[in-house]
Design a protein around this ligand. Structure first.
Ligand code: NZQ
Ligand code: ZN
Length: 390
């Protein structure tokens, strides 16, 4: 098993009506926040009003910055950094999904950074200090509510890049499954795809031992249960317990726990980020297009491991005479699952342009020669993967 350090200080406040606790929780840390939120949903669902009432009740002053777009943009981060500097804010409350939370984290990293915050996303490093972030989560998907990472799109350079730091884990995150009843089915499905992908990226470890006795089985259980939830939730979307399990699954998928000692691959995420950077598709939908293609490109590196994935996640009987057949059946089962929950699995399904593969590959490897932990992905590999996804 690979060495690891794990420190996760995010307090998770989970359950019905928990958003009413936000003011009291904040009062333990600060007197003033930047209230950061997305487009129309927070106000339309009444969540914005509830959060404001809780802030007022606890005597928390706030300055607001709404309008974060899905695939959050650098432009708004610059605006948020200026606002926090002018208003002397040291705490950001993100009310929304991964996009709002990631935008909040980017602002949190940029306020005390001596330079352009975007350098952190392209060159790494760290600011003198980070602002604190807390969240009220409205969609189980990106896992940003307890992850160290943030992903931002820079429209000027058409780059979508991630940045991570331990100090970016939220101080607390409020997860009320009832808040997710208003999600359109498409967004619920995108979330399911993203949380499944976060486990895939950790399951396909660079360590040749694969650790399939304990930590591998945790990943398999997480993936299998996510598929089961995906098959049930659309038939019964206001079922509290199903929504609650999904919210828990999204958090566990990306809080780092399932990758302990395994490392990860992450090339499918990088390959997808180019698609959402260029075409503004939802990240979860893009992943359904990329992951089967990535699997088809790399499975020959460990056919037995892919056969195990097929068997343990999709209950496909192992053909001991032909493990490759089992491995390919697992990939086909994953594609079918994506289709069953209404996701695209090819560029053509999502009406994405197919004539810019060179551009995607060029951007993907702008700052590096290769990506990926399980298998190194070069420009030639990336081109092959995009082509398999057309
Ligand atoms: O903008 P509003 O009006 O709020 O609508 C949002 C948005 O259109 C809507 N929505 C959210 N909660 C809702 C709701 N609509 C009705 N009812 C609710 N309760 O859903 C849409 C999508 O929201 P978004 O925040 O974009 O979704 P998600 O959580 O999937 O976040 C996606 C972003 O996270 C990044 C992705 O790349 C993408 O930019 N990721 C962040 C990660 C991280 N920080 O750890 C890891 C992930 O791999 C991912 O890359
Ligand atoms: Zn993701």
């Amino acid at each position: 098993m690979l060495n690891f350090n794990y420190h996760n200080e995010t307090k998770i406040i989970f359950g019905k009506d928990t958003e009413s606790q936000v003011g009291a929780e904040l009062a333990q840390h600060t007197k003033k926040v930047l209230l950061h939120y997305g487009g129309a949903s927070a106000k339309a669902t009444g969540l914005y009003d509830k959060v404001v009432a809780s802030l007022n009740e606890a005597g928390i002053a706030f300055v607001e910055l709404g309008g974060v777009k899905p695939n959050p943009r650098a432009e708004m981060v610059y605006e948020g950094i200026e606002l926090c500097r002018t208003e002397e804010i040291d705490f950001i409350l993100a009310v929304g999904g991964g996009s709002v939370i990631d935008s909040a984290k980017a602002i949190a990293a940029g306020v005390h950074y001596d330079g352009d915050f975007w350098d952190l996303y392209t060159k790494g490093g760290a600011p003198e200090k980070f602002l604190k972030v807390a969240t009220v989560l409205t969609i189980p998907a990106a896992g940003s509510e307890s992850s160290t990472s943030t992903v931002i799109t820079n429209e000027k350079t058409t780059e979508k890049r991630g940045y991570g730091h331990g100090d970016l884990r939220p101080v607390f995150s409020i997860l009320n499954p009832e808040l997710t009843y208003t999600l359109p089915d498409y967004q619920t499905a995108c979330g399911i795809s993203d949380m499944f992908a976060h486990v895939v990226e950790r399951y396909f470890t660079p360590d040749p031992i694969r650790h399939d006795v304990y930590s591998g089985r945790l990943c398999e259980a997480a993936m299998k249960s996510t598929v089961e939830l995906g098959r049930k939730i659309f038939k019964d979307p206001n079922n509290y317990d199903l929504r609650a399990e999904l919210m828990l699954a999204g958090m566990v998928a990306h809080n780092g726990w399932l990758g302990l000692g395994r490392g990860g691959d992450w090339s499918s995420h990088e390959i997808e980020h180019e698609i959402s950077a260029f075409y503004d598709i939802a990240h979860g939908a893009g992943l359904c297009i990329v992951i089967p293609a990535w699997m088809k490109h790399v499975y020959k590196n460990d056919i037995a491991f892919f056969a195990k994935f097929a068997n343990r996640v999709f209950d496909i009987e192992i053909n001991t005479n032909d493990l490759e057949e089992t491995a390919l059946a697992g990939i086909a089962a994953l594609e079918q699952f994506y289709l069953d929950i209404g996701m695209p699995i090819r560029f053509s399904d999502a009406d994405l342009p197919t004539d810019n593969i060179e551009g995607l590959v060029k951007n993907l490897l702008l700052h590096r020669d290769a990506i990926g932990g399980f298998v190194k992905i070069t420009a030639e590999d990336a081109k092959a993967i995009y082509e398999l996804a057309l």
